[in-house]
Design a protein around this ligand. Structure first.
Ligand code: HEM
Ligand SMILES: *[C@@H]1O[C@H](CO)[C@@H](O)[C@H](O)[C@H]1NC(C)=O
Ligand SMILES: *[C@@H]1O[C@H](CO)[C@@H](O)[C@H](O)[C@H]1NC(C)=O
Ligand SMILES: *[C@@H]1O[C@H](CO)[C@@H](O)[C@H](O)[C@H]1NC(C)=O
Ligand SMILES: *[C@@H]1O[C@H](CO)[C@@H](O)[C@H](O)[C@H]1NC(C)=O
Ligand SMILES: *[C@@H]1O[C@H](CO)[C@@H](O)[C@H](O)[C@H]1NC(C)=O
Length: 327
């Protein structure tokens, strides 16, 4: 099972009684309050300046956190570099290679955090805070993040290759979320992250010309919206890496227009549009399309859930000094 819940082995009972702050298996909102009081300020500044330079960075940091948490839990495994033939990281896995971005932003923030509080703050907590701040700076809501995650000493490229793909059925995507302790509502809510950021043409081009071998485009695509996509993503291989905003209406604003687009048959990925047609999810899409604040509130709650997947606490893992390599 990938989904690790907090276990409290009986033999550790005395730790809980006497050293609870150090080893109790749970996250804590005040975790770094005394050991790194400036942490949130340092992270916030690093995220702010990265987005000021490149507005897409908000989306990229958010996605990085998702791709971290779904593989080995939120343990910053995604930040580890390959080292020759001795260490295989996740950066070259299918959904990450030439796609995930923002690593250097986290590495820079980590360097600044190390200056203020050496060997104290995990890369996984920094990434979790950065994703939260990114959504906030993009105009989304703000939520408090429980802290105390520790960094993994391993990566798993095979598991990273199995991150949810836009070509998979909703059943498969739901099953993958379920295996992390997330439910259908979390699928619908967290997919709303696609209200910011970009997708490469190859991730949805199969919908534009010969959908499922029909010789026609996906009938779920609005006709005029389809025309626009076909012009950015013509039916030839050299358009594969062209970029299209996941939300063409307000591509850098974290709002509920992702759901409005789905209702308008203007979802980009097949895995987005299906949420509007499947009877398990369609009513939620309609609700978030109608009630922007409900979406923003639910998004924070689902992000906290996602940020708790398989976390390492207490004596497990380590506090990496450099997010790219294990100590
Ligand atoms: C439900 C299953 C999901 C699928 C199948 C999926 C798939 C994708 C794909 C194919 C892209 C475009 C990548 C590229 O073209 O290089 C993308 C981008 C993105 N995804 Fe997802 N995603 C899913 C869930 C999530 C979740 C849970 C989050 C975060 C909470 C998220 C956040 C993002 C963001 C922000 C981008 C834009 C990144 C950028 O512009 O750098 N996605 N996703
Ligand atoms: C925190 O930041 C403030 C202002 O930036 C600075 O004056 C202070 O020395 C910092 N404290 C620590 C513990 O780094
Ligand atoms: C600013 O963003 C560009 C990409 O848009 C990137 O190449 C560059 O390194 C960034 N500069 C800084 C200082 O982050
Ligand atoms: C890596 O992930 C794969 C696929 O989820 C799993 O079968 C394998 O046991 C994992 N390897 C390790 C060392 O955890
Ligand atoms: C949805 O479609 C309606 C009618 O075509 C249009 O007025 C509205 O702007 C569209 N909304 C979005 C988010 O594309
Ligand atoms: C969805 O539709 C299927 C078949 O049309 C039906 O069996 C199922 O009960 C419906 N589920 C919900 C939640 O409405």
């Amino acid at each position: 099972m990938e989904h690790k819940s907090c276990k409290l082995p009986f033999v550790r009972l005395f730790y809980i009684l006497f050293l609870s702050h150090l080893v109790f298996c749970q996250l804590d909102y005040k975790y770094y309050d005394s050991t790194c009081p400036n942490l949130t300020r340092i992270v916030r500044y690093g995220v702010w300046s990265a987005i000021a330079n490149d507005s897409r960075m908000a989306a990229s940091l958010l996605r990085l956190h998702f791709h971290d948490c779904f593989v080995n839990g939120c343990d910053a495994s995604i930040l580890l570099d390959d080292i020759g033939s001795t260490f295989v990281g996740e950066k070259n896995a299918l959904g990450n290679r030439n796609s995930a971005r923002g690593y250097e932003v986290i590495d820079n923030i980590k360097a600044n955090v190390e200056k203020a509080c050496p060997s104290t703050v995990s890369c996984s907590d920094i990434l979790t805070l950065a994703a939260r701040d990114a959504v906030y700076f993009a105009g989304g809501s703000y939520w408090t993040v429980p802290l105390g995650r520790r960094d993994g000493r391993t990566a798993n490229k095979t598991a990273a290759n199995e991150l949810p793909s836009p070509f998979e059925s909703l059943d498969t995507i739901i099953a993958k979320f379920n295996s992390k302790g997330l439910d259908i509502k979390d699928v619908v809510v967290l997919s709303g992250a696609h209200t910011i950021g970009f997708a490469q043409c190859f991730t949805f081009k199969s919908r534009l010309f010969n959908f499922g071998g029909s010789g026609k485009p996906d009938p779920e695509l609005d006709a005029s919206f389809l025309k626009g996509l076909q012009s950015v993503c013509p039916d030839q291989v050299d358009s594969d890496t062209n970029l299209v905003p996941l939300d063409s209406v307000t591509s850098t604003k974290f709002d509920n227009s992702y759901y409005k687009n789905i209702v308008n048959s203007s979802g980009i990925l097949q895995s987005d549009q299906v949420l509007g047609t499947d009877n398990r999810t369609a009513s939620m899409v309609l609700n978030y399309n109608k009630y922007p604040f409900l979406f923003l509130k639910d998004f924070g709650a689902s992000m906290v859930k996602m940020g708790n997947i398989g976390v390492l606490t207490g004596q497990d893992g380590e506090i990496r000094k450099n997010c790219k390599v294990v100590n």
